[in-house]
Each structure stands twice: as structure tokens, then as C-alpha cells.
Design a protein around this ligand. Structure first.
Ligand SMILES: *Cc1c(COP(=O)(O)O)cnc(C)c1O
Length: 437
């Protein structure tokens, strides 16, 4: 398998290089040079396969021999170790629950697969790899759980003191072993600046093998294509068109769906759902792409004003002649909703179906319903990207009733936090790294 940069298709690298680099030097994004198509027989017989078997077959096809089959089996086995069940609201409306992993959000799929790939590619090295991550909350939890107990890899998570929720903090600070948490006396931007400075410091980079767990790493995107096949298997009836609705921020999840489509999954249409940070739906309506600073909303994991994967989306629809915009709008529809509409949707889904949807999923539900007004004879699948208990206070205020907290999240409240306080000072951070790794 080779990957190019979206800024230069001549610049090819191996999967290993793309995974460790994260970003090409020209600031493009890595994309597979070819996206192979699965055998139609496999797609027609998805129902005969388990989620893990499907994940293996999709990965093996896409990776084109970059990892030997036996090793890839082991990686899939460890990375995809929780289900992606579909919950049916009615015959047209299905919810793909992506929150059954350790951090209760779909980012667990990407983080776990990335951890396994890095560990695999690192196996021949005699020096351990130290991953630095700055987090404003959610990503850190998924990365911590994803890399926990991964041989040869240590993780250092920097988070802003007092600016993450109690349960988020516990997700970062209670695992221990190869996961260390630094509680930075500053903001998320301060955490990110410390990480950036570490990568630029020659003394550090020669003393420690450093890498990042960046959200645009191709190894986080690949596993997100697996569950589109798994969902299709659960809902398709062989004749009614299937559409996927994806609550989006940086558009990694939707891009992974486009990859599944390219690999032969017969998706009739994709729906991009956003909150008021609507630069992609606006592009789909007008043809103008105008990134802007993000605004804060209830569905805050989607508060993105300049979606990082948009370059990948464009790349997938560029043709020699013909308009990229025409190509994209033939496959993707986009809709945006505000917080009032989102709250209303959460109440509606609860009242009509006795089902609790989180604010991100609720934006998706609204977009699916809007699309289906014009396309009623479709099977719609909304990706539910996080468990509602992750947004406990908002959810309880909206529904005016207590929300059930999954056991594995509730148990965290009683675990002891272990974190090292860190001032916003690079010398202190550097000497801590030098002393500990
Ligand atoms: C990250 C996140 C999203 C946005 O996903 P993208 O791949 O960035 O579009 C949506 N919902 C939740 C809960 C998330 O954590």
C-alpha cells in the first residue's frame, strides 16, 4: 500500500511512514493511492460474517499486503473488540450505536486501531516510543484507553487543569501503567503549544523517540470504514436504498464512509449533519467553501469552523474534467441545525421511541428526517457518535429526568486520580520528559 499527499500525488510513502509522520511535510493529508473494490460476493454475503471478520476483510483489502494476514488478524482482534449494534426506531430510521467502546464515543475505533498499528510497526525497534497528546477532553480519553498496555509504547497526555469534566479527567488519570497524565496549569492551547515545542526540540528528539496521535492520522480513518459495512449488514433488505447520516465536525467519520462506498458498499446517499458550524453544508448548497472561527454549541465535539478532512473529501471527488462540487453533491447532502432544534429532537426521539439520543446523534436525526421528506423510501442510518451519559448535565436538563450511566463510566468516579501538575513552562516539561523516559 502506498499513500500520497493531497497536495502532491507524486509524493508517495508507505503505510508505516504515514502512520508515524501523521502529516506530510507539505501540509496535505495522506490518502491511499488506490482504494481497491471488494468482491461483490463478499458484499452480498455480509450477513454471513461477524463484525471482526468484516473488519479484517475490509482492512486486508485496503492495506494491500502492507501487513501480513496473520498479523492483521491479531491487530483487528485487539482493536475491534466491542460491537457496533444498530438500534431500530422505525423501518426508515436506524441508529448505529458507536459508543460501546471504553471511552463511550466512536473515536475509540480510531484510537485502538492506531495504537495497534503503531505497536506493530514499532516492534522491531529497541527503543520505546513516547506519544505526546494534548487534549481538551474527549480525544485524550480515547487515546489513553486505546494505547493502554500497548507493548513498546508510552503515552503522555497533557490536559488543561479545571477545564475538562470530572469523568473526562478520570478517563485520563486513572489508568496508570504506560499512560501518564500531566495537569497543565493553563488552557488547551497552552497544552498544544508545549507538545509542539517538544517536537521542535533537537535534544528531546534525539533522546526520546517521540510521535503524536494526531486526529488526521490515516490510521484513525481506516477503522472507521469498518462499521459502515457492519451497519449495512444489519439494515439492508436487498431492495430499499440505504442512506447514512453522519453528525460531523472534522469530517473524518464521513470521509471513512466515502472510503467504504469506494470499496463497493452500495450506499445510496450520504448526509452530512452539522450544528450551526455549517461550512460544509453551506458548501454543498452554494459551492463556496468559507471556513470561519467555530461557535460553541450543545454538540461541542462538532464545533469546528475549518474541518480538517475537507481536503480529503475534495480529493475523493476531483475528476479530470467535470466539477468537483457536482460530483460531491451527487453523493452527499448537507443540513445544519441549531441548539433549540437539537433539544427538540432529543425530546421527540425520547417521546416517540423511548430512546435517549445524545446531542450529536440528535443533529443527525434531524438531518435524516429532513432528507427523508424528499426521499421517503429509504432506509436511514444515523451514526450515534457518543453515549448520552457523556453529556449528563445537558441531557438531564433537556429531558428533565435522570440519565442512566453505564457501569464502566460510573465506576470511574471512585477511582483515584494520578496526575503530575505542570506549569506552562517548556523547560519544566522538557526536564520531566528527560527524567521519566
Ligand atoms: C469527534 C466527534 C464528532 C465529529 O466527528 P468528525 O469525524 O470529526 O466529523 C461527532 N460526535 C462526537 C461525539 C465526537 O466525539
Amino acid at each position: 500500500m502506498q499513500l500520497y499527499s493531497t497536495n502532491n500525488k507524486e509524493h508517495l510513502v508507505s503505510l508505516k511512514e504515514a502512520v508515524f509522520r501523521g502529516l506530510p511535510e507539505d501540509s496535505g493529508l495522506y490518502m491511499p493511492q488506490t482504494i481497491p473494490v471488494l468482491e461483490p460476493d463478499f458484499i452480498q454475503n455480509l450477513a454471513k460474517h461477524s463484525f471482526q471478520e468484516i473488519a479484517f476483510r475490509v482492512a486486508d483489502t485496503l492495506l494491500q499486503g502492507a501487513i501480513p494476514e496473520q498479523d492483521l488478524q491479531t491487530i483487528i482482534h485487539k482493536a475491534v473488540n466491542f460491537p457496533a449494534p444498530v438500534h431500530t426506531l422505525d423501518e426508515h430510521t436506524h441508529v448505529l450505536e458507536l459508543f460501546h467502546g471504553p471511552s463511550l464515543a466512536f473515536k475509540d475505533f480510531g484510537a485502538r486501531f492506531m495504537a495497534q498499528l503503531m505497536s506493530y510497526f514499532n516492534r522491531a525497534e529497541d527503543r520505546e516510543l513516547v506519544i505526546l497528546v494534548a487534549t481538551s477532553g474527549d480525544t485524550g480519553g480515547a487515546v489513553a484507553a486505546g494505547f493502554y498496555q500497548t507493548p513498546g509504547i508510552k503515552v503522555v497526555i497533557l490536559y488543561p487543569s479545571g477545564k475538562v469534566s470530572m469523568l473526562q479527567e478520570k478517563q485520563l488519570t486513572t489508568l496508570g501503567q504506560n499512560i501518564a497524565a500531566l495537569e497543565v496549569n493553563g488552557t488547551f492551547d497552552d497544552c498544544q503549544a508545549l507538545v509542539k515545542q517538544a517536537f521542535l526540540d533537537p535534544e528531546l528528539s534525539s533522546a526520546i523517540r517521540l510521535s503524536s496521535a494526531n486526529s488526521i492520522n490515516i490510521s484513525r480513518l481506516i477503522p472507521q470504514s469498518f462499521y459502515y459495512f457492519e451497519a449495512y449488514k444489519q439494515v439492508a433488505d436487498g431492495k430499499t436504498p440505504v442512506v447514512f447520516c453522519v453528525p460531523s465536525g472534522n469530517f473524518g467519520n464521513l470521509t471513512a464512509g466515502l472510503m467504504a462506498h469506494r470499496m463497493g458498499l452500495p450506499v445510496h446517499h450520504f448526509i452530512a449533519a452539522t450544528n450551526i458550524n455549517d461550512v460544509v453544508p453551506a458548501y454543498l448548497h452554494t459551492g463556496q467553501y468559507l471556513p470561519r472561527p467555530s461557535a460553541r454549541t450543545l454538540s461541542n465535539a462538532m464545533d469546528v469552523g475549518a474541518p480538517s478532512n475537507f481536503a480529503r473529501m475534495l480529493d475523493m471527488f476531483i475528476t479530470e474534467n467535470g466539477s468537483t462540487w457536482n460530483n460531491m453533491t451527487a453523493t452527499i447532502a448537507g443540513y445544519a441545525f441549531n441548539d433549540e432544534q437539537t433539544k427538540h429532537a432529543i425530546r421527540e426521539v425520547f417521546d416517540r421511541f423511548d430512546y435517549v439520543m445524545d446531542p450529536h446523534g440528535a443533529v443527525g436525526y434531524l438531518a435524516l428526517k429532513q432528507y427523508q421528506r424528499e426521499h421517503p423510501h429509504t432506509i436511514g442510518v444515523v451514526l450515534e457518535t457518543a453515549h448520552p451519559a457523556k453529556f449528563l448535565d445537558d441531557m438531564e436538563a433537556i429531558l428533565e429526568r435522570p440519565i442512566e450511566i453505564p457501569e464502566r463510566l460510573a465506576a470511574l468516579a471512585h477511582e483515584e486520580k494520578v496526575a503530575t501538575s505542570m506549569p506552562i513552562a517548556f523547560p519544566a516539561f522538557k526536564s520531566w520528559l528527560m527524567d521519566n523516559y
